[in-house]
Design a protein around this ligand. Structure first.
Ligand code: AMP
Ligand code: P6P
Length: 345
């Protein structure tokens, strides 16, 4: 009888970081009764984002800049990369077999999957695409819901769910590096892509949005069109006050994912108010505002349309717009006080 071989246990080391795959697998093990479908869905989302990353990095060289000559449901000129990113996400998610209904900023109506599954996925395939030709950070934003009747016949109306029912949301920011920020309801975690091996590694565990910040992010060019209440907030945030750190510094990229990511990490406030030109706001509720609002609340921040909590808004249309204010609880609270006339200075 051979001597028993001492059991070898691999010493835990930080030679290799935690991958997104390992993080998601740990989430599955912690989810009672999980079948693995959700985990597989997240792995498919990661695949789509890595494919889009690869093409975004080649865009300048692969004749993928510029316009297709078409306009989308938003009335916006479709960038070649927009269309490509949309095609990748639709194909990968449809083939995954985990989505009953898929909604995209680039498609007029929600799509019923040819291999229906138990989830609804809504996404903006390439947000900020007007910045593509100037090499500014752009991103992919998504939200995931569990279908009420997972085995029922999918209908497009299943896309019209309030953000408070989200089970997972995230974004990819294709910036100097490609980061993937994700929440499945247990905090917010950031991953950075190692393009040499095509793997995301945990780089910002348990992101918390600071309770207050020192930066505000708004398109000042819209000032003439804002309501008097928003203008009073805008004047207040720029006044000198050593007591509460005003004036705040102004940062505005003009790409929601870039502006939101900075605000999530550094605190402060991002605002896209309604105005005379965009009376319902410019940003989209279902695949821009809701996923961002979910992430900010999971990170201890806040998200409002100026009056109501974004996640409580009951959608009526796939592409409906909303005013959007994201950021530190304290800064978003102050904005809301101005907009509801609870304060005037
Ligand atoms: P599933 O049976 O795989 O579709 O998972 C059922 C539910 O368990 C999901 O809708 C999630 O809310 C949760 N869950 C399953 N897998 C994971 C995971 N990897 N990370 C976080 N939550 C999970
Ligand atoms: P404006 C980009 O076109 C976008 O949809 C968001 O990413 C961004 O926050 C917003 O529009 C910028 O809009 O009117 O300031 O250029």
């Amino acid at each position: 009888m051979p001597e028993s071989i001492p059991s070898m246990r691999v010493a835990a080391s930080n030679v290799v970081g935690t991958t997104l795959r390992e993080h998601v697998l740990a989430g599955m093990r912690a989810a009672p009764g999980a079948t693995g479908e959700f985990t597989s869905l997240l792995n498919h989302m990661s695949l789509a984002i890595r494919i889009i990353h690869s093409r975004v990095r080649q865009a300048g060289l692969a004749d993928l800049l510029g316009y297709t000559g078409e306009t989308n449901v938003q009335g916006e000129q479709v960038q070649k990369l927009d269309e490509y990113a949309n095609d990748v996400l639709l194909t990968v998610l449809d083939k995954s077999g985990h989505c009953g209904v898929i909604g995209s900023e680039e498609v007029d109506d929600a799509v019923i999957s040819s291999h229906p599954g138990k989830y609804v996925v809504l996404f903006d395939p390439l947000d900020g695409s007007s910045n593509i030709d100037t090499n500014v950070g752009i991103g992919t934003i998504f939200a995931v819901y569990r279908r009420a009747e997972p085995r029922g016949v999918p209908t497009v109306d299943e896309a019209l769910r309030p953000g408070r029912e989200i089970v997972c949301a995230g974004y990819a920011l294709y910036g100097p590096s490609t980061v993937f920020v994700l929440s499945t309801g247990h905090g917010v975690h950031g991953f950075t892509l190692d393009p040499a091996i095509g793997e995301f590694f945990l780089s910002s565990p348990d992101i918390r949005c600071p309770i207050s910040g020192s930066m505000y992010s708004v398109n000042e060019g819209n000032h003439p069109r804002w309501s008097p209440e928003v203008r009073r907030w805008n004047a207040w945030i720029k006044e000198e006050s050593k007591q509460d750190g005003r004036p705040y510094g102004m940062r505005y990229v003009g790409s929601l994912v870039a502006d939101a990511h900075r605000t999530l990490l550094k605190g402060g406030i991002f605002a896209y108010p309604s105005d005379r030109k965009s009376p319902d706001g410019k940003l989209r509720l279902l695949y821009e505002a809701n996923p961002m609002a979910y992430l900010f609340e999971q990170a201890g921040g806040a998200a409002t349309n100026g009056v109501d909590r974004i996640l409580d808004i009951q959608p009526t249309k796939l592409h409906q717009r909303t005013p959007l204010v994201l950021g530190s609880k304290s800064d978003v609270g102050a904005y809301r006080q101005f907009v509801t006339n609870e304060r005037t200075e």
